[in-house]
Structure formats: structure tokens, C-alpha cells
Design a protein around this ligand. Structure first.
Ligand code: NOJ
Length: 468
């Protein structure tokens, strides 16, 4: 399995697709707890989802038949270490060993994320001061077990978005709106990556380690000084705290001062923090590409965070905008010339180009994998379960043109993953917001899989561009 050729594949995450939430010794994650609690107003859970746990052979075969040569998935921490006692659940490893065997059978390169939102419930929250040491332990167990069988590891999926949903919007557990906790969570996530990288380096593997960032750099419609200030603050909030420590081993003093000036108490910071991050940087960047972070100066004078979960998943309330605003720092802007998807997210294919070229400006020639790019839709299937998802094809094709242009213009792009391999649980958007290249019929007892038109389109696209 070679990670040296361009990688073309698709992605999933453990809680979103595995199901088998309490099978074979798996412990509960915070998403199991949340979904089973009264806080989950829809009652929709990932207990079964598309049951990848029992269907992975079929899913991977379909990827291979679709010309895909890489699969990004995440490990469930609580499947591997179910309890707070550091005792490994061998059945957890067995599942992932078999999944990787299947990838190897088809020459599919595994790209594995250590945690994709689903902390074990015994960790509880990202503000738990023990989380980084526990994560480092978990990571070391994983690295020792899988070693070079996994050529690409990433530490945390979308630290920015995860922290944002947990502690700003409050739509992910622990459902808080608390900027102090946002900062504690962010700090712990920075340490998690640095400490996991430290464990990784001890083993001298041939594999590489990275992180997955959920948004691109902030941009604005004007470049006057107030707008550029807003861009700077939005980047502090969403980008710099994730990527500067992970890639450059630093966190700028100006950012720290700005956080303090917002009234955040930073007494939780370890005096050795800067040394820990300085010496433990990553090899590659995983970059998810969906839409722009378009900002302007904060004129509303308020701090406010909302997302559009499309009227509890029934498609009502479509196109209500998301808001993201921090008093005196920035707020989201709207470009009236662009289209929004049904969840109020801007569709803006050029954001791939802007993101990649700006990453190169700030971080040099670091290898970049587009770890997610995809389009959520209310798909309609015909009587055979077939979906003609031309809208998704158009989205992917338009985004890919800009991504390929960034590569041609010298950005070190090494791979690309469609989100998602098949339909799966879309967090609080449930099952109606679908992203898959393959349809899953949730009404069918066997969770029947049917490749969509986009699957066949992607198959041909890969064939055409396989040797780039
Ligand atoms: C990013 C997240 O990593 C993934 O879990 C999510 O489902 C997709 N975006 C689509 O919203």
C-alpha cells in the first residue's frame, strides 16, 4: 500500500457509521450518553446507523470497485479502551484489524483519525484536565498495535468545530455556551495532539501523523483595516490555535493576550506548555473543505452562535443563516451573490483554492490531504433505491476543479476524500441530511446499499485523474 501516489477516496467516522454501540465489549462514548438522554430532543441515535461494524466488507469492496485507493475512518476510543482502567478490549482491536485486512486486500490506504467527536464517557468532556494524558496513552496503545499498517494517522477531527459545537453553540454534548470552557477545551486539544505526536515519534514508524482542520482561513469581502482585523480575530478563534501549535509548534503571544483581554482566565495553562508544543509538531495537514469563513467587523455589538439544523431535520426552516459573532472581534458576513445549501451554508467552490493557497502561505510546503469535501442533501431514491444526485455531482466537480488548480499552482496536495463513503448519521441533523456516495436504505432490514449516480461519476473522475 503506497501513500506516495495521489490518494483518492472517501471518509466516515466511527460514531456516525459503525453502530454496534455496545457490542463486543465497547464502552459508551459521550455521544452514546447524549443520544440516549433526554437532551436529545429528536430521539435519533447512532446505535445502529448504517451498521458498518457488520457491513464493512461490503462497504470496502464497493470503494475498491469505485476506483478508490484510500479510506479515511476513525477509531472509537471507547471500543479500544472501554473503561477508565487502561485495559484494552481485544475485540475492539480485532474489528479494526479485520477492517484494515480488508483495505489491504484491495490496496486501499487507511487514513485513521484517533478521535472524531466521540470521547469515552469516562473522560466526560474536553475540559477534563486529564484528557491529554489519557489521549496520549490511548494513542500510544494504538500506534503500538497498528504501527505501519496505518500509513496516515490524524489526532483529532476538527478541533475547532468540535470545541465550537460543544461550548459555543451548545448543540453537541456537553451542550454548553461558555467561552471560558471553549478555551479550556481548545487548550486540552492542543496538548492532546502534541502529546500524541510525542508518543508517535518514540516508535520511529514509517507512517505519518497529522491533524484534521474543519474550516479554511477567514476571508472578507473588503480589505480595509477593520475588515482585516475581523479576519485576524476570526482566525484566532477558528484556525490559529489549532494549526500554529500543530504545524509550527507555537501559539502567538498576541493571540494569548487577545484571549486574556476577553476576560478568559488562563490559570489552567501548564508553565511547560510552550515547550511541549514546540517539540511535537505534525507531518501533514488534513483539511476539510465545505464553505468560506466570510467575516466583517462586529457591528452588532453582540456575541452569538447559532447553527441551522433545518427545523429538526424535516427540511423546514431552510436556508436560515448560521450566525457566528464575537463582540468587538468579528461577525459572519453574507455575499448575496452566492447560493446557500438547505442548511444555510454557503456553496462556494473557490474556497478550496483559497484555503489551500493560504495554508501554503502560512505553513509552507506541508503535505495536505483534503480529508473531507461533500454535499448534504435530502436525496430522493427511485423504486430501486437509486439516487440521481446531480446536485452533489455538480458540487463535487466544481470544488474539485479549484482543488486541482491549487495543486497545479504548487500547493502540496496529496489526496482527497469525499464525505461520505455511504450515508450515515449526520450528528444532530440525523439521517435525512445525506452525504453518501452510496445510499443506505434505513427502512430495509438489511440496510441495503445502492451506489448513487455520484459514486459512478467519482469512479470515472478518479480514473481520469489517477496519475496526477
Ligand atoms: C465534518 C465532520 O467531520 C463530519 O463528522 C460531519 O458529518 C461532516 N462535516 C458533514 O457535516
Amino acid at each position: 500500500m503506497s501513500k506516495d501516489k495521489f490518494l483518492w477516496g472517501s471518509a466516515t467516522a466511527a460514531y456516525q457509521c459503525e453502530g454496534a454501540w455496545d457490542e463486543d465489549g465497547k464502552g459508551p462514548s459521550i455521544w452514546d450518553d447524549y443520544c440516549h438522554s433526554t437532551a436529545n430532543l429528536t430521539g435519533i441515535t447512532g446505535d445502529v446507523s448504517c451498521d458498518h461494524y457488520h457491513h464493512f466488507k461490503e462497504d470496502i469492496k464497493m470503494m475498491a470497485e469505485g476506483n478508490q485507493n484510500t479510506y479515511r475512518f476513525s477509531l472509537s476510543w471507547s471500543r479500544i479502551l472501554p473503561k477508565d482502567d487502561h485495559v484494552v478490549n481485544e475485540a475492539g482491536f480485532r474489528f479494526y484489524d479485520e477492517l484494515i485486512d480488508e483495505c489491504e486486500k484491495y490496496g486501499i490506504v487507511p487514513n485513521v483519525t484517533l478521535v472524531h467527536y466521540d470521547l469515552p464517557d469516562y473522560i466526560g468532556t474536553w475540559t477534563n484536565p486529564k484528557v491529554s494524558d489519557e489521549f496520549a496513552y490511548y494513542a500510544s496503545v494504538v500506534f503500538k498495535h497498528f504501527g505501519n499498517r496505518i500509513p496516515l494517522y490524524t489526532t483529532i477531527n476538527e478541533p475547532n468545530h468540535n470545541a465550537y459545537c460543544n461550548y459555543c453553540v451548545g448543540n453537541y454534548p456537553p451542550n454548553e455556551t461558555n467561552l471560558q470552557h471553549y478555551c479550556e477545551c481548545a487548550y486540552n486539544m492542543i496538548l492532546c495532539t502534541a502529546k500524541a505526536v510525542k508518543e508517535f515519534r518514540k516508535l520511529n514508524l514509517n507512517s505519518l501523523i497529522g491533524i484534521v482542520q474543519g474550516c479554511g482561513p477567514a476571508v472578507s469581502l473588503k480589505d480595509d483595516p477593520e475588515y482585516l482585523e475581523a479576519v485576524k480575530y476570526c482566525d484566532y478563534f477558528c484556525n490559529d490555535w489549532v494549526l500554529d501549535p500543530a504545524i509550527k509548534g507555537i501559539l502567538e503571544d498576541e493571540l494569548i493576550e487577545a484571549v486574556k483581554a476577553k476576560g478568559i482566565d488562563l490559570s489552567f495553562v501548564d508553565p511547560n506548555f510552550k515547550d511541549i508544543i514546540k517539540n511535537n509538531t505534525i507531518d501533514f495537514l488534513g483539511q476539510n473543505i465545505y464553505s468560506r469563513m466570510l467575516v466583517k467587523p462586529n457591528t452588532s455589538g453582540i456575541t452569538s452562535f447559532t447553527v441551522n439544523n433545518a427545523g429538526n431535520n424535516d427540511g423546514t426552516n431552510n436556508s436560515a443563516r448560521e450566525t457566528r459573532a464575537i463582540k468587538d472581534w468579528f461577525e459572519f458576513d453574507r455575499d448575496e451573490n452566492t447560493q446557500l445549501n438547505k442548511w444555510g451554508r454557503e456553496i462556494y467552490p473557490k474556497c478550496g483554492y483559497i484555503t489551500l493557497t493560504k495554508r501554503k502561505e502560512r505553513y509552507g510546503n506541508i503535505p495536505i490531504y483534503i480529508t473531507e469535501n461533500g454535499h448534504g442533501c435530502y436525496d430522493i431514491a427511485d423504486e430501486n433505491g437509486y439516487v440521481e444526485d446531480d446536485e452533489r455531482i455538480e458540487f463535487l466537480n466544481n470544488y474539485l476543479q479549484w482543488i486541482l488548480k491549487a495543486k497545479e499552482d504548487g500547493v502540496n496536495v496529496q489526496g482527497y476524500y469525499v464525505w461520505s463513503t455511504m450515508d450515515l448519521y449526520s450528528w444532530i441533523n440525523g439521517y435525512k441530511k445525506r452525504y453518501g456516495l452510496v445510499r443506505v436504505d434505513y427502512e430495509d432490514g438489511n440496510l441495503k446499499r445502492t451506489p448513487k449516480k455520484s459514486y459512478y461519476w467519482y469512479k470515472e473522475f478518479i480514473k481520469k485523474y489517477q496519475n496526477i
